[in-house]
Design a protein around this ligand. Structure first.
Ligand SMILES: Cc1cc2nc3c(=O)[nH]c(=O)nc-3n(C[C@H](O)[C@H](O)[C@H](O)COP(=O)(O)O)c2cc1C
Length: 388
């Protein structure tokens, strides 16, 4: 029997509070705490608890080398070893199960361990963010903000004693005008389809590769938006609801061909339900006729930045840059756009068939025409979109 542990596992010391009966009976009511070791493994969907014996046993095994029971100083009938195998944290070389397969797949992707665990375990499934907000508001008598401390000031300054050197401002600029008109949209027009030309323009400006070039033997793309190492790991998966000439449903955008790759056609009601679920029930965003899921193809990024402490951050920043390009492209065409990180990543992965550690959801955006009336709040203090 040859054994190996999974590649990435972190132990978290968790605490649970409860009433201490002995203290209560002694008329000293106080909350008692209980601690518990929880293993967060990058290849497992859920955390698992570990006892002291299991922690000792897993600590004797290697993440990279298959070793024998004798080399690990373990007996074949060791109860803790059996539990670790049951929990999917330890494998025998011939094991064929979902946990072993997931661990094997992960090894080919060159994740940084901490980033891998964080990415796996911070995803949402089936969250209703609107209901959560309402619960939070009820908890604080409808005024949750009043219970928070004063916020830090919106502008940071070194201090009034510090001299400030005034800078010149441009009299006018098309870019500054465009930026001033960019307002996150939460009131999409649902009465008519988004024209195909406007839809295609936004994808072209944001995601299309302008050139493909060989650089020191590596094929890289040039796009209008910067990307760490020129790797452009972000893919655009699309949920189309109401775009002229495009079948409603799931698609992938091909960056070189500037073309859609249809994945699944859905009817209007199904696509709307799916949009709401993926967007954690933010229905004012789910009204957008075109929804873009920003997915990071980690293996592309981590192929160069192997086990790199900054690589996951770079992948997330990549999406932020693209989203701003999409906002500006939409604004230039007179459309509204949004971005949100409050999404049900697990539901999105299921819908598009993605392995979260290979192609991970970072956020969701969308765009379309604005409706004639404002039902939902938009932040437009300059009255760039709404007259009053
Ligand atoms: C990372 C990120 C996450 C956001 N998440 C949400 C969200 O969950 N729901 C939402 O309605 N807007 C979301 N927004 C939009 C912000 O609320 C919006 O940018 C902010 O209110 C300022 O308004 P403006 O974009 O019109 O200037 C998000 C924006 C960013 C950049």
């Amino acid at each position: 029997m040859r054994l190996r542990r999974c590649q990435f596992v972190m132990l978290e010391l968790r605490e649970r509070l409860g009433v201490d009966l002995q203290l209560l009976l002694a008329d000293q009511p106080r909350l008692a705490f209980q601690t518990q070791w929880v293993a967060l493994a990058a290849h497992l969907e859920h955390p698992v608890t570990l006892d002291a014996q299991e922690i000792t046993v897993i600590g004797r095994l290697s993440a990279s080398e298959w070793i024998t029971l004798e080399e690990a100083g373990l007996q074949r009938d060791d109860a803790a070893l059996a539990q670790l195998r049951e929990k999917g944290l330890v494998f025998e070389a011939t094991d064929s199960n979902a946990a072993h397969d997931a661990d094997t797949r992960l090894r080919g992707c060159h994740w940084h361990g901490l980033a891998a665990v964080a990415h796996r375990h911070l995803r949402w499934s089936g969250v209703d963010s609107i209901a959560e907000q309402q619960r939070f508001a009820e908890l604080f008598d409808g005024e949750p903000m009043a219970h928070l401390h004063d916020p830090p000031p919106p502008v940071f300054a070194l201090g009034s004693a510090q001299p400030r050197v005034a800078l010149p401002r441009a009299a006018s600029s098309p870019l500054l005008d465009l930026l001033a008109r960019r307002v996150t949209c939460r009131n999409f027009d649902q009465s008519r389809p988004l024209p195909q030309a406007a839809f295609a323009f936004v994808l072209d400006a944001t995601f299309r590769a302008l050139a493909q070039v060989e650089v020191t033997g590596v094929s890289v793309l040039k796009k209008g938006t910067p990307s760490a190492g020129g790797l452009h790991p972000t893919e655009a998966y699309l949920l189309i609801q109401n775009v002229e000439g495009v079948a409603p449903g799931l698609h992938h955008y091909h960056a070189l061909d500037h073309a859609l790759e249809p994945l699944q056609t859905l009817d209007a009601a199904d696509v709307r339900r799916l949009a709401s679920r993926l967007l954690a029930v933010q229905d004012y965003l789910a009204d957008a006729p075109a929804i873009v899921v920003y997915v990071s193809r980690f293996e592309r990024n981590f192929w160069k930045y192997r086990q790199h402490a900054k690589a996951y951050r770079a992948a997330i920043l990549d999406v932020g840059h693209l989203s701003q390009t999409l906002y500006l492209a939409a604004t230039e065409r007179g459309l509204g756009a949004f971005f949100t990180a409050a999404v049900n990543e697990v539901d999105i992965e299921q819908a598009f068939g993605l392995d979260p550690m290979q192609q991970g959801v970072i956020g969701v955006g969308g765009f379309g025409r604005r409706g004639p009336t404002r039902h939902e709040i938009e932040f437009d203090p300059l009255h760039a979109v709404w007259p009053d």
